[in-house]
Design a protein around this ligand. Structure first.
Ligand code: ME8
Length: 510
């Protein structure tokens, strides 16, 4: 089975920051989860490189737009490499393959009579790359997001007959039995979209004469394709459109993004696809928009956090874990350095790190640093299995990453409590056989926890797996485990094999 997941393609007028990292890590966690479930995964990310916003940024920096795009898309690629993002492809909208895909799509819509020419005058916000009606602006006539006044643009443009799709789109969004049902999550966001759709849709301009930095319209080279139409089509280009091969992965299983761009993805994009007789994405998931210490992240406030800063403080895997689990996935939330550090110390240093290090230390001290000889005791591993499997799967499938991580933390706490109850330090004095059986059982439970950690913390999970004397490649074993949740009779850590205490997996941070 295939699974196609996408992130937004990010504008190259800005450097990668924790907001971009948030969506991209989340998509990576889901992609890794599906791979562990034996899906053939295509995970697409990339950069959005055309439009007025990019042309303006290049002009301000005194560089050519193409040079700015190359420089900045490299920065995004570097950030994703740093964060161990396992994307299948990175698309840039200035690539030749994308020009072909956009040309083909726009031509198809035109051939179907869905594009017409009209004079238009409207208020355009370059930050949002869209027109606004006066009623959508604040009392000073400024864009709510950018707090700047949109500029009046008057042009003769090509328009897409968006209005003809209102009713059909509404049906597909609201009727879960529709064979082309499009699921928008979370619920409140879906309701907002439905509310707006019920008011009807207006046709939208899909070309610009004044903006040269874009893809020329195939049938009128004096105009370029509107940057949002250009950008949305990336989801097809990335998997090979217009060649037939794109059908291997289309329709997308999940388009992931924040609420700022949900309208484009849940209304304009499906309408374009319907216009071209293509299937609709199955799920559109909008996570929350977060603030930093209560403030919007912005260059002028100087509060933008880069992935690099996070990695320097917490390390790669902890950054991945903390970023996507600190606030509930879905609603808006607030992030702070204090919050991140507190969660790091609580979940990782005190709970997970402590479990691994105390277990390995006991084995080192009492059993010469090997998996002790004993009757296989899988009681604890089975309990962990029961705690985790259904809840974790449910939460991952529903993109509730913070809850899935809470499930893992509950399992870790459960084992830590069992250790307190067993008091192995007492057993060491009176009953070595019982101690061997206990330590063996902790090791098997840790192995299971490591497999659940894999999609959040791939390297740490691997390190833990290697340290507990578990045999085989963790990913291969996890793929088998997630197929039937069966624990082999002799567990994962093999009796007599060497243990390797990784020591400070998570040094405490103040
Ligand atoms: O909108 N909280 O690109 P963009 C959560 N090029 N997520 C955040 C965030 C925050 N504070 N800040 C950014 C564009 N994001 C278009 C997309 S897609 C066909 C074209 C994330 O660079 C979040 O995913 O402005 C948001 O939707 C996206 O970055 C916006 O990225």
């Amino acid at each position: 089975m295939k699974f196609y997941i996408t992130t937004p393609i990010y504008y190259v007028n800005d450097i990668p920051h924790i907001g971009h990292a948030y969506t991209t890590i989340a998509a990576d966690v889901l992609a890794r989860w599906k791979r562990l479930n034996n899906y053939d995964v295509f995970f697409l990310t990339g950069t959005d490189e055309h439009g007025a916003k990019i042309a303006k940024a290049a002009k301000e920096k005194g560089v050519l737009p193409q040079d700015l795009c190359s420089q900045m898309s490299t920065k995004f690629k570097e950030a994703w490499q740093l964060l161990n993002i396992s994307y299948t492809d990175f698309i840039r909208t200035t690539q030749k393959r994308h020009f072909e895909a956009v040309g083909k799509m726009v031509q198809t819509l035109s051939d179907k009579g869905l594009i017409f020419k009209k004079k238009y005058e409207g208020l355009y916000c370059v930050g949002c790359e869209r027109f606004y009606a006066l009623k959508d602006l604040d009392e000073n006539g400024c864009c709510l997001l950018h707090k700047t006044k949109p500029v009046l643009q008057a042009e003769e443009n090509y328009f897409f007959k968006l209005s003809t799709f209102s009713d059909e789109l509404l049906k597909r969004i609201t009727d879960p039995t529709h064979k082309e049902h499009i699921q928008i999550q979370p619920e409140e966001r879906r309701n907002e979209i439905i509310g707006k759709l019920k008011l009807g849709l207006e046709d939208i301009s899909i070309s610009r004469t004044a903006i040269e930095w874009g893809i020329p319209l195939p049938y009128d080279k004096s105009q370029t394709v509107y940057v949002w139409v250009d950008a949305l089509i990336n989801y097809l280009t990335g998997i090979g459109f217009p060649n037939e091969e794109f059908k291997k992965y289309w329709p997308a299983d999940v388009h992931l993004m924040a609420k700022d761009i949900l309208w484009f993805h849940s209304v304009i994009w499906p309408a374009i696809l319907m216009g071209a007789d293509l299937e609709l994405p199955k799920k559109i998931y909008s996570h929350g928009f977060f603030t930093l210490n209560g403030n919007k992240m912005s260059k002028s406030l100087g509060n933008v956090i880069s992935p690099e800063e996070l990695v320097n403080k917490y390390g790669v895997d902890s950054t991945r874990y903390l970023t996507v689990t600190l606030i509930p996935f879905g609603p808006d939330g607030d992030i702070s350095w204090e919050g991140l550090t507190l969660k790091y110390n609580t979940d990782l240093a005190n709970n997970l790190g402590n479990l691994v290090s105390r277990t390995l230390k006991m084995a080192e001290k009492n059993f010469d640093n090997i998996v002790p000889q004993t009757e296989p005791n899988l009681c604890l591993a089975k309990q962990i299995n029961d705690i985790l499997k259904e809840n974790f799967i449910y939460n991952m499938e529903n993109i509730q990453l913070h809850k899935a991580s809470e499930n893992i933390q509950s399992a870790i706490t459960f084992v830590n409590k069992q250790i307190e109850q067993d008091a192995p330090w007492e057993l060491a004095k009176i009953d070595k056989d019982k101690l061997a059986s206990c330590i063996y059982s902790y090791l098997q439970a840790i192995d299971i926890i490591a497999m659940y950690l894999l999609c959040f913390m791939p390297e740490i999970a691997q390190k833990i797996w290697l340290s507990t004397g578990a045999s085989g490649n963790i990913e291969e074993i996890a793929k088998k485990y997630f197929a039937d949740f069966n624990i082999p009779d002799d567990g994962f850590s093999v009796i007599s094999s060497k243990l390797a205490n990784p020591r400070m997996l998570f040094p405490r941070i103040s």
